[in-house]
Design a protein around this ligand. Structure first.
Ligand SMILES: [Zn+2]
Ligand SMILES: [Zn+2]
Length: 369
């Protein structure tokens, strides 16, 4: 094992990430030391980088190593770690994916089988990088998976490109679509064809959606949505107003409206439009908006009078990550999963990678280590 590893550290609003070196220590009992292979730029990382989310203001001590959507290779297993969470034996050199947050295990949410809703889970993602064991974020050569983790071995037939988004984007939309109760034969509108929207398109098709309608305004993203099974595309450059898009969705749903609408891009002002796209009894899935204090205006009687509901979903339960790997294995020849990570950068170019991703035309970028 090397003695030191490189990491990109984030010190707070307005700072570029800096490359530093930290000493590598042995994993504590129950933990796993990984060599990072790919670490992606997830929308939530971009919100922090852009300054939409002030981590210090949310109570997160800094500096940290950002990043959570990733895959890596086992360097060393802590005492007592013998298998993955499905009971498969684990050894040095195995590629794995892990759940990147750590619920407390004893709050009301944890005790009632909803550990994704644990108030401590989202605060457990990062740790202060100055403190041991340093490597608690993805943008680094090494990463410590803490005790009480959920990890799964990556099947040999899946490449790093295919699995690197499994532990965030893909698992998030699988659980979201389950939670909103997307049923066989229903019609869904997806707002935004970024990484989440592209995965959601394929997942909705695999769950038996009759029609998947994707709204976006960038050619590359609309083309990806098509490749991932979208039945209909709505180009926001052609249908530029919410009223025009609503007319189109009505036309595509025999005048009824969508059964499910999923917001996967993170703009508050599109929530009202999305709720209007629902037919009576429809369900709205909210995943994209994670920046606090951003609001929208809406007439709540439209929910009551039309029996609509809004489901907010953050994080996911342990089996979802296994379902994500199984889905990738099952459908890898049907959808171009290896194309989602369209741009790769070395760790040293992480600030440039974020700046490019921020321009909006890139589906998803990845730091390759
Ligand atoms: Zn993420
Ligand atoms: Zn808890």
């Amino acid at each position: 094992m090397a003695e030191k590893g490189k990491a990109a550290i984030y010190k707070g609003l307005g700072h570029r990430m800096e490359i530093v070196e930290y000493p590598i220590s042995e994993p504590e009992p129950g933990a796993i030391l990984l060599k990072t292979r790919r670490a992606n730029i997830c929308g939530s990382d971009l919100h922090v980088w852009r300054g939409d989310v002030d981590l210090a203001n949310l109570g997160q001590p800094l500096p940290i190593i950002m990043g959570h959507e990733m895959t890596g290779t086992v360097v060393q297993l802590g005492e007592g770690v013998l298998t993955d969470s499905a009971g498969e034996p684990l050894a040095t050199g195995d590629r794995i994916v892990h759940r990147y947050f750590y619920p407390c295990g004893h709050c009301w949410a944890c005790l009632t089988g909803q550990d994704y809703a644990c108030p401590l889970a989202s605060f457990s993602v990062y740790g202060v990088s100055e403190d041991q064991p340093h490597f608690l974020g993805a943008y680094a050569e090494y990463y410590f998976i803490r005790p009480n983790h959920v990890v799964f071995k990556v099947p040999d037939d899946l490449s790093d490109e295919m699995v690197a988004s499994a532990n965030c984007a893909l698992s998030q939309v699988i659980f979201g679509l389950e939670k909103v109760g997307l049923n066989f034969g229903e019609t869904i509108v997806i707002q935004g064809a970024g990484g989440l929207g592209i995965y959601a398109t394929a997942v909705a098709k695999e769950m038996g959606a009759k029609k998947v309608i994707v709204i976006d305004g960038i050619d590359e993203r609309l083309e990806m949505a098509k490749a991932f099974g979208a039945d209909e595309l709505i180009d926001m450059r052609q249908l530029a107003t919410p009223a025009e898009r609503m007319m189109k969705v009505r036309e595509l749903t025999d005048g009824w409206g969508a059964n499910v609408v999923a917001e996967l891009v993170g703009f508050p002002h599109i929530v009202a439009e999305g709720l209007d796209l629902l037919g009576n009894g429809g369900r709205y899935l909210e995943i994209g908006n994670i920046s606090p204090l951003k609001t929208f205006e809406f007439d709540p009687s439209a929910i009551v009078l039309n029996n609509k509901s809004i489901i907010g979903v953050m994080l996911y339960p342990p089996p979802t990550l296994k379902k994500a790997l199984d889905l990738l294995s099952r459908t890898k020849n049907k959808y171009p999963f290896d194309k989602i990570l369209s741009h790769s950068y070395p760790l040293e170019e992480i600030n440039e990678a974020f700046a490019e991703q921020d321009k909006g035309h890139i589906c998803r970028s990845s730091i390759v280590l």
